[in-house]
Design a protein around this ligand. Structure first.
Ligand SMILES: C[S@@+](CC[C@H](N)C(=O)[O-])C[C@H]1O[C@@H](n2cnc3c(N)ncnc32)[C@H](O)[C@@H]1O
Length: 233
């Protein structure tokens, strides 16, 4: 198949990556998820945190999209999945399709969104606090509230929406509340590496943060092969 040109997606999507994608893209292990508190920021419509809780762990999700009504959020998630499917269909050499010409990850994303919405409704009914509306670079937590924070498909993915100062403030805020932060991917939605990565990492190293790059298998895009691990010393 001829490779098609990669396109940026445009407005920020509320996506629904399934738990299995998180485990692969952030190189997570069972013990990491079962011991300590995990923050998913942004959680979007992923079922990651619900799955961590189902396996006996503790996880909290943050996203500004949790602030409205459940009905509105449901509509937004459905509309964004439709937008993602049109975007993948326009790049057939980049994204694998099924026999009906639909992106092969679509069923897993739909299932993750359904699991998320069921858990989100439970949260609203029972006031569990598992899903909190907030936006980087400010998080509603005390210092050191989490052992691990994972941040997927927001930082580095949308360089047109967020400048370098935002990225630095967001990463420092994640490191304030979590001892370790993992960020994936390091490319934007058209596969361009984030151009200011070195600058951001130099500032964090000056703060005394340990910086590592982990090799991972790309899930929604096979070229997303790196995850940034930041650890407070
Ligand atoms: C592409 S989704 C990623 C969701 C999930 N991590 C995944 O991989 O499926 C990006 C999310 O970032 C959220 N978002 C937008 N601005 C944000 C901010 N300033 N702080 C935290 N989340 C934000 C959006 O509402 C959206 O749900």
């Amino acid at each position: 198949m001829t490779p098609s040109k990669a396109h940026v997606i445009g407005d920020i999507v509320i996506s629904a990556r399934p738990f299995a994608d998180y485990v692969a893209q952030f190189a997570l292990s069972d013990p990491m998820l079962r011991s300590g508190r995990v923050l998913d920021c942004p959680g979007g419509a992923s079922d990651f945190a619900a799955a961590v809780r189902n396996m006996g762990g503790q996880a909290t999700s943050i996203d500004p999209c949790y602030g409205g009504s459940t009905a509105r959020l449901t509509q937004h998630i459905t509309a964004d999945l439709t937008r993602v499917l049109a975007w993948t269909a326009a790049q057939p050499g980049r994204f694998p399709m099924d026999e009906h010409g639909v992106w092969c990850h679509a069923p897993a994303w739909r299932a993750a969104a359904d699991a998320f919405l069921a858990d989100f409704r439970r949260d609203r009914d029972q006031n569990t606090g598992h899903y909190q509306p907030a936006a980087l670079p400010r998080l509603p937590f005390l210092d050191d509230s989490f052992t691990l924070a994972v941040s997927g498909f927001l930082l580095f993915t949308y360089p047109r929406q967020f400048d370098v100062d935002f990225h630095l403030r967001a990463l420092r805020e994640l490191l304030r509340v979590a001892a370790e932060v993992r960020v994936h991917p390091l490319n934007d939605s058209a596969r361009n590496p984030y151009p200011m990565l070195e600058t951001v990492l130099e500032h964090l190293a000056e703060d005394g943060i340990r910086v590592d790059l982990i090799a991972v298998p790309g899930q929604s895009d096979t070229r997303d092969t790196q995850t940034l691990r930041l650890t407070r010393r």
